[in-house]
Design a binder for this molecule. Structure first.
Ligand SMILES: [Mg+2]
Ligand SMILES: [Zn+2]
Length: 229
């Protein structure tokens, strides 16, 4: 009897001390902070697509079109094993521009999550800005604080997930990602596919190719897809 009494009181004592410590942190407004690796979505977790009509490299507009980057599952798993939270931060104005529905957007995001899950990787949180200053849908026509290069999504994530921004990293493939990361006080990593630059050159040179591939290995697949019509 005494034995159980000792065990239970010790356990309760420990739990009490633990909750007291937590309360102390809360009162000081100081919960222990986590470090995060923020990940842009398009061009980082999934491949970009070539929009033939627009003559530019763009984001996919359907789950069918979305191809998860071959590097994504392994990289996300390693990032989490290094003790970082992995958090998606992405502008998705496609709904506002009537390029796809909200439902299609969640299908695309689910495809990324499920392919990562299949390889044992996972994302801790996702934050999307759905706004656009020229949105066709009125509800989204907002000059918001969350559209990158503004840091709103990062600040929101930091607040909700108790993150240490100064020791977090933002990984993106566009200069607006670098700007947003800097504005939030993070360190920034640019995946140098130079999409911005490429789009600018394609348009100023008026040299829109019919198809765009990342490397030669994609050519046979493209040709067989084209043959299928
Ligand atoms: Mg991107
Ligand atoms: Zn926004």
């Amino acid at each position: 009897m005494l034995y159980w009494y000792t065990i239970i009181s010790q356990y309760l004592g420990l739990a009490f001390i633990r909750s007291l410590r937590r309360l102390q942190y809360c009162l000081k407004g100081k919960l222990p902070l986590c470090r995060a690796v923020f990940l842009d979505r398009d061009g980082v977790l999934n491949e970009l697509v070539y929009d033939k009509e627009g003559g530019r490299v763009a984001s996919p507009v359907s789950a069918k079109q979305l191809v998860v980057s071959t590097y994504a599952p392994d990289a996300v798993e390693k990032i989490r094993n290094l003790g970082f939270k992995s958090i998606v931060i992405s502008n998705q104005p496609g709904v506002a521009k009537k390029q796809f529905t909200l439902r299609e957007l969640s299908r695309m995001n689910e495809k990324i999550r499920s392919e990562l899950r299949d390889e044992g990787a996972s994302i801790d949180a996702e934050y999307y800005c759905l706004h656009h200053p020229n949105a066709l849908i009125k509800r989204y026509r907002v000059n918001c604080d969350c559209r990158k290069p503004k840091p709103g999504l990062l600040l929101k994530a930091a607040k909700e997930c108790q993150l240490d921004l100064k020791n977090s990293y933002f990984v993106g493939d566009s200069l607006i990602d670098v700007k947003a990361g800097k504005a939030a006080g993070c360190k920034t990593i640019l995946i140098a596919t130079m999409t911005d630059l490429l789009n600018r050159v394609i348009s100023t040179e008026k040299a829109e190719p019919d198809y765009l591939v990342r490397n030669l290995s994609e050519v046979p697949n493209l040709l067989s897809d084209l043959a299928k019509g």
